[in-house]
Design a protein around this ligand. Structure first.
Ligand SMILES: *Cc1c(COP(=O)(O)O)cnc(C)c1O
Length: 445
């Protein structure tokens, strides 16, 4: 009881700070750049989804081009969540009961649940402190005769050691699947993420590099695998109409409020909405069902990408080339601002590695006293949304419910305790105050 009261009290305190007149930075940025006419186009697809088949096809083509960059493009398929794209990949590879899938202990509950849904077992491995992604050494140690696939996760925009992972999985003739949920456009030795494995999946959840509120994408250059994936989703439905309506309302709210000048009001609105939802017993907006192994079946799994979200995705993709350049630049500025401060020695090695071009998603490092550092950051940054303080993010029924047992990944647990995140997905006119604030916090250590 006391604990609950303290949490409520702390939350209110943070809300008060957010509502002050200084800008406050979260990790979700709304679509403030869209015109009212563009919003009306999206609204028409909510009301009339049957007109949207071509929109989804156009979105798939554009997304494939964005992933491929200078490479020979593969094939892609839009789904309602990254987790569903992973599930389809695993099924297309014939993975099921008795099989093991290696996943880094810096993952999201919905990844574990996608693996569990196939009947396979997730095997958690330590992350690589150089990249915060999948560690080739840890993967080698975790291999057993039952290992059928390895998930190479690129965290925070940083390409993991995907070339080494490719060598390991090729030598054993097992599949390599790239988790690109947090990384789009970054390259390792000139090769963009998504081109190291047999297949890759991306997420376009509102906190990810491209924002369609919810969404996922399957990408592969293996035509046979893609044909199998198409069979698996042939009869899949899209999200229910009432959920699409709620997503559209969420989009309107974020377009108006999810930005530094009104972040406190956004948080307040989200709080009110979650209370209202409980009172009115309305269904969910996001795909919250997959954070546990028990499900209510509120939406199909896998579900196809709704056309109205694909329309939003097309707008995101139009801006992407310029955005990718800007986010790479923001990351460079964070790294430069850290130089000569105590933070310089806390950065992962990947940030100064010339083999990597990084389109920043979040600027991340490890702090030995992260709690104090977070307290200083709280004045301007919503640190409650820091990723990977625990090895499996968002496990609402505890990590053990998804097969993670404390101590399984000691490196991940230790790195997670000190992990610090700063946003790279911010509007152009809000960059400077944030970087100035970072410089101040970094100097204080
Ligand atoms: C968000 C996320 C996913 C899942 O994406 P959804 O679109 O939410 O299903 C997978 N892996 C990582 C690392 C993520 O952060």
């Amino acid at each position: 009881m006391l604990g609950k009261l303290t949490r409520v009290f702390n939350r209110l305190g943070q809300l008060r700070r957010m509502c002050a007149t200084v800008p406050y930075y979260g990790f979700v940025t709304g679509h403030g750049y869209l015109t009212d006419a563009q919003v009306d186009d999206i609204r028409r697809l909510v009301d009339n989804p049957a007109t949207g088949a071509q929109v989804v096809a156009d979105y798939e083509r554009a997304f494939v081009r964005a992933i491929a960059g200078s490479q020979q493009p593969g094939q892609g398929m839009a789904l309602a969540g990254g987790r569903m794209a992973l599930w389809v990949i695993l099924k297309a590879l014939g993975i099921g009961p008795g099989d093991e899938v290696i996943v880094p202990g810096f993952t999201c509950a919905v990844v574990a649940s996608a693996i569990l849904r196939t009947g396979a077992t997730p095997v958690y491995t330590d992350v690589d402190p150089d990249t915060f992604g999948t560690s080739p050494d840890a993967v080698t140690r975790a291999m057993t005769p039952r290992t059928r696939a390895v998930i190479a996760q690129h965290s925070f925009g940083i390409p993991c050691k995907a070339d080494q992972l490719r060598d390991i999985t090729t030598a054993r003739d097992i599949a390599l699947i790239e988790d690109c949920a947090l990384t789009l456009g970054s390259t390792l030795n000139g090769t963009p993420v998504g081109h190291f494995g047999d297949a890759a999946f991306f997420s376009t959840d509102h906190s990810k590099p491209l924002n369609t509120l919810v969404g996922g994408f399957l990408y592969t250059r293996n035509a046979e695998l893609f044909a199998k994936a198409q069979c698996l989703v042939e009869h899949a439905d899209t999200l229910p109409a009432d959920q699409q309506q709620r997503l559209f309302n969420q989009f309107l709210l974020e377009r108006r409020l999810a930005r530094p000048a009104s972040y406190g009001i956004y948080q307040l609105a989200m709080l009110v909405r979650s209370v209202m939802r409980k009172i009115r017993k309305r269904g969910m907006t996001f795909l919250d069902d997959d954070y546990t192994v028990e499900r209510s079946g509120a939406y199909p799994y896998p579900a196809r990408m709704p056309a109205m979200l694909a329309r939003l995705g097309l707008h995101e993709l139009e801006r992407w080339p310029a955005e990718a350049r800007r986010r790479a630049d923001i990351l460079t500025r964070y790294v430069r601002a850290a130089q000569g401060t105590p933070v310089e020695h806390m950065l992962p090695a990947a940030y100064t590695d010339p083999a990597r071009h990084i389109v920043g998603h979040r600027f991340a490092y490890r702090h030995p006293k992260a709690e104090d550092h977070h307290t200083r950051m709280d004045a301007r940054v919503h640190t409650a949304w820091t990723w990977f303080p625990v090895p499996v993010l968002g496990a609402t029924q505890g990590l053990a419910s998804l097969g993670y047992h404390t101590g399984a990944c000691p490196v991940s647990e230790q790195v997670g305790q000190g992990i610090v995140n700063w946003p790279c997905v911010i509007e152009a006119d809000t960059e400077k105050p944030l970087l100035d604030f970072f410089a101040t916090v970094a100097r204080q250590g």
